[in-house]
Design a protein. Structure first.
Length: 122
């Protein structure tokens, strides 16, 4: 089965833009984002280098993006085959990955702000 993607509207929101990018990316690319995000997060938590919260947050952004993209592909496949339980599970996973991504972006912005503010105040 071949998927046909329409062009993105010029006034698309950020979630629409990210969904379009993930749906047009290859499954290999999404898997790499997922794996690199997980490895980067684990490394940042284990070694805790300077600015580790920024690194961990950025890695979680990649992890959530790749995870959402893979789950969205599985959800589309399950919907086309009529597998309702898998579709519901993948929808829940998409929501979870979206939440993780939103929290990771918020953490990234706040941690960058904290590092910048910390050096400015000192």
């Amino acid at each position: 089965m071949m998927m046909v993607l329409s062009a993105l509207r010029p006034d698309a929101s950020l979630p629409e833009f990210l969904a379009h990018r993930a749906r047009s990316a290859s499954i290999r690319r999404l898997s790499v984002d997922l794996a690199v995000g997980a490895a980067g997060f684990a490394a940042a938590i284990y070694w805790r280098p300077a600015g580790w919260l920024i690194i961990a947050s950025l890695a979680l952004v990649f992890f959530a993006y790749g995870g959402w993209g893979v789950a969205d592909r599985a959800r589309s496949s399950a919907a086309s085959r009529g597998n309702a339980p898998l579709r519901v599970g993948m929808t829940a996973l998409c929501l979870l990955m979206g939440g993780v991504g939103a929290l990771a972006v918020a953490s990234l912005l706040l941690s960058v702000w904290a590092v910048a503010l910390g050096t400015w105040i000192s």
